[in-house]
Design a protein around this ligand. Structure first.
Ligand code: NAD
Length: 512
């Protein structure tokens, strides 16, 4: 379909009318225990677009109990049933593709085109991929002279899933799809900053999923997080968000010793060699600067450019970045929208002050942007920091905005050392026409995802996740199912009973 600004504005008038969502527990929408709500805002206009419940521990307990009650039946459901349901979830998104893109744009400030072509397509893709994966967890057997061993793969139980505000519906799909495919029931906690799309999605699919399989609790993270993750009936936690929050959640998870999957931030290196296609490499720097306003964990925020091509790269990067259209996120021509929240807007502006203190050159941007007709909006100019040293704070800390640091290099081994000299290790890009070199650099990078000659080249089934403090566990792939299941070994003795009760230790290297 063709999206036009008129159509988007007209639909926004309908979908953006503030509506109040309850807590979704056991297949029903119920009012939260606190009786209080949290307002959701459009960061491009600062107008209210909805209300969610300000949840508390009582809501959490109800949701976990509902998920625990639904678990035994769902865990034993046929893979084909789970597959059909996952396909139906993808289909519901497809039917309202434009509406979800609009809701995402209205509550997060992202360009509607980003949401339409990336977030919503990715959400559908996740449900479709994991529809196939519903047949995957089927264990194995091994035979011995005196025994047969069965290794079952069983769903782990109730999963707590906590997601951020930057790609809300896509993140919900990241979490829900593998958990449901594996036979787990869930309590999902979306971000209080942006979750309109997620709440509408849950309303739209309530008739497809058996009651209690998906439960959704809204509220402030610190209030809900601890009772949710420490609930004795929660057997797994998956989290996407910031490292400080991850550290708290890992602490909560320690109470009942439950496993965790952590998808955290990044400060990814996008490496440009002197033999690269420089305009294409510069375009990748533009894309990672502006896409989703730079509020992307895997953005290539440190661009390492070989000194021989630095001037050429900077000229191309600047020229292409200047051509970027910043404006009303509802306009399909807009390429750079508004920051998702005032907190994020202030945080990014704070880094402009820091960059000046650190003596960084700012050949472009470095200040808030003004968009005609949206003067209250949280817009920031696309920004280049050049002459950056890797040990500067702007090169080490996650800014999460349309800001790129350009770092010069001339020695591959030293460049690689610096690229790895970060607490994070989520993604990376390599630009070269020499594939041997690309492989060598890729092998040397301590990072979970690497794209050669095209950044953000996400593929179905690609393991998504990080090294070091970017987290652990992988999403978006078959391995994810392993995180939602446990193996159980059953060894069946084939010998007649006898009186020798000696323990038989495995002796893999002996003849006996
Ligand atoms: P955040 O950690 O503040 O919030 C994420 C979620 O955690 C929200 O739902 C929030 O309510 C909840 N939360 C906050 N405090 C909590 C607590 N004490 N217990 C339990 N839950 C709590 O992060 P954010 O600022 O919303 O998101 C941005 C960050 O997320 C960035 O650092 C970004 O890099 C990261 N991120 C990572 C990925 C990835 O896949 N690796 C994807 C998106 C975002």
């Amino acid at each position: 379909m063709e999206i036009t600004l008129e159509l988007a504005r007209q639909k926004a008038g309908e979908l953006g009318k503030p509506k109040t969502f309850g807590q979704f527990i056991g297949g029903e929408w119920i009012a939260g225990d606190s009786g209080k709500t949290i307002a959701l805002e459009n960061p491009a206009t600062r107008q209210l677009v909805g209300y969610i419940q300000d949840g508390n521990a009582t809501d959490v307990n109800r949701a976990v109990e509902a998920a625990a009650a639904a678990f035994p039946k769902w865990a034993l459901s046929a893979p084909a049933q789970r597959q059909n349901i996952l396909r139906a979830l993808a289909q519901r998104i497809r039917e309202r593709h434009f509406d979800y893109a609009l809701l995402e744009s209205l509550n997060n400030g992202k360009p509607i085109t980003d949401a339409f072509t990336h977030d919503i397509v990715g959400a559908m893709g996740h449900f479709e991929f994991f529809a196939g994966a519903a047949f995957y967890p089927h264990g194995s057997t091994a035979d011995f002279a005196d025994a047969t061993m069965l290794v079952h793969r069983e769903p782990i139980g109730v999963a707590a899933q906590i997601i951020p505000w930057n790609v809300p519906l896509l993140m919900a799909a990241f979490k829900l799809a593998p958990a449901l495919a594996a036979g787990c029931t869930v309590v999902l906690k979306p971000a209080e900053i942006a979750c309109l799309s997620v709440m509408q999605f849950i309303e739209d699919i309530a008739d497809i999923v058996p009651p209690g399989v998906i439960n959704v609790i809204t509220g402030y993270g610190p209030v809900i997080g601890e009772p949710l993750v420490t609930h004795p009936k929660v057997r797994k936690v998956t989290f996407t968000g910031s490292r400080p929050t991850a550290q708290k959640i890992i602490g909560y998870a320690a109470k009942n010793v439950i496993p965790q999957t952590m998808e955290l931030g990044g400060k990814s290196a996008n490496i440009v060699c002197e033999d690269a296609n420089i305009d294409a490499a510069a375009q990748s720097a533009v894309v990672t600067n502006i896409f989703n306003k730079g509020e992307v964990c895997s953005a290539g925020t440190r661009v390492f450019v070989h000194e021989k091509v630095e001037d050429q790269f900077l000229e191309s990067f600047r020229r292409q970045l200047q051509a970027v259209v910043q404006g009303d996120p509802l306009d399909p021509a807009t390429q750079l929208g508004a920051m998702a929240s005032k907190i994020q807007y202030d945080k990014v502006n704070g880094y402009f002050d820091l960059a000046r203190d650190e003596g960084v050159d700012i050949p472009m941007g470095g200040k808030p942007a003004s968009v005609t007709g949206l003067e209250d909006g949280l817009f920031i100019e696309p920004t280049i920091f050049s002459g950056v040293r890797n040990d500067m704070r702007v090169a080490q800390e996650e800014i999460f905005g349309p800001v790129t640091s350009v770092i010069r290099w001339n020695d591959e081994a030293e460049m690689l050392r610096q690229a790895n000299d970060t607490e994070y290790g989520l993604a990376g890009g390599i630009w070269t026409s020499n594939l041997t070199r690309a492989h060598r650099i890729a092998r040397g990078l301590e990072t979970g995802m690497i794209w050669v000659n095209r950044y953000y080249n996400f593929k179905p089934g690609m393991p998504l996740g990080g090294y070091k403090q970017s987290g652990f566990g992988r999403e978006g792939c078959l391995e994810t199912i392993d995180h939602y299941t446990l193996s159980k070994a059953v060894v069946i003795n084939l010998e007649e009973p006898h009186s020798n009760y000696a323990v038989r230790a495995p002796a893999p290297n002996s003849e006996s």
